[in-house]
Design a protein around this ligand. Sequence first.
Ligand code: HEM
Length: 354
Amino acid sequence: MMEERHADSQNTVVEDQDTWHELAIMDPVDKPHLVHKDSEDQEALLLNGAKHPEHRPLLVSFALEEFEFPSSVCLEEMPLFPQWHLPLKLMAILMALTFLYTFTRDVLQPFVSQSRSDFYKIPILVMNKTLPWTAISLLALVYLPGLLAALLQLHRGTKYSSFPGWLERWMSMRKQLGLLAFFLAALHAIYSLCYPMRRSYRYKLLNWAYQQVQRNQEDSWVADDVWRMEIYVSLGIMGLGLLALLAISSLPSISDALNWREFTWMQRSLGYAALVLCTAHALVYGWRKWVEPKHYVWYTPPSFILASLLPATVLLVKAVLLLPCLDRRLGQIRRGWESPRPPRGRGVTEKDSL
Ligand code: HEM
């Protein structure tokens, strides 16, 4: 590495930008006190960072307050997670809609119909339906654009035509959607695991025990319910495990170490496996509830049905595309084959650019 370090008793002087990067990932305790050659160089380095945010020299000096930066650095002019704006907005909209739906069914309905105050459900129980519903929808939205692109290519009979702008934009934000899905699913797992810790749950358990004694019932074991829970929790854990692998493999340091085949295998095969497991988890959680009229509060279906609709549709379309006749044709198209009479009116791009 092209660098030179001069150590004196007090400070270490660093003369090359690579070294700053190297030091940035060192443990803070091991990090030598950094003093750049002269303050002009340091300002130049920071300005360079402002122009090229990927260099992140700020990590090194760990400047947090505005007065710690050179006056020429204007933080407001630097981009703030531009690729995350749309995925975050989408997540917020989905969360708001799912929250309203669950709130209406689980809190408002008992309050209006039976004057029962179930508002205590909002922080955990309502949230723990909103989070997984949004997570599984975002996960399905990661795989839907790829399927739409495949359908478009089958219809056009060529891969040498540009996708509509909205589809390209959607495809470019799949990583963010997947990471947000993982984040919400992890929160959902933590919320779920703390169910038995809640005071409301303990009171309910005591009440159920008392009612059981009153009924003179010795054993309250329901095998059906036991199996349902063992299976859906296990599926959820496996789904979350795969999502964690996918999230790790999307880190630049990991994905750079994989070749294209390994990366697409992980993101595609493990991604679909995670979607299958999570959808199965939601469906097994629902078990027979979808045929029991009492779960259709105010004529609305239980949330797990709506949560499973989008991922189930994505999996169904994927299964259809895996049919040998379609799979073979898609494979040919993706290797460069073109239909003799492609549909007219498509925007054709440079062959080599795809
Ligand atoms: C450690 C992993 C997981 C555990 C322990 C877990 C546990 C649970 C529990 C206890 C419920 C029932 C919630 C309730 O009573 O309202 C549930 C429902 C659900 N979970 Fe998970 N889960 C896990 C992972 C996941 C993952 C990775 C996803 C998908 C991204 C997911 C999606 C769902 C969905 C869609 C529901 C149905 C929610 C509804 O009623 O609308 N879960 N899960």
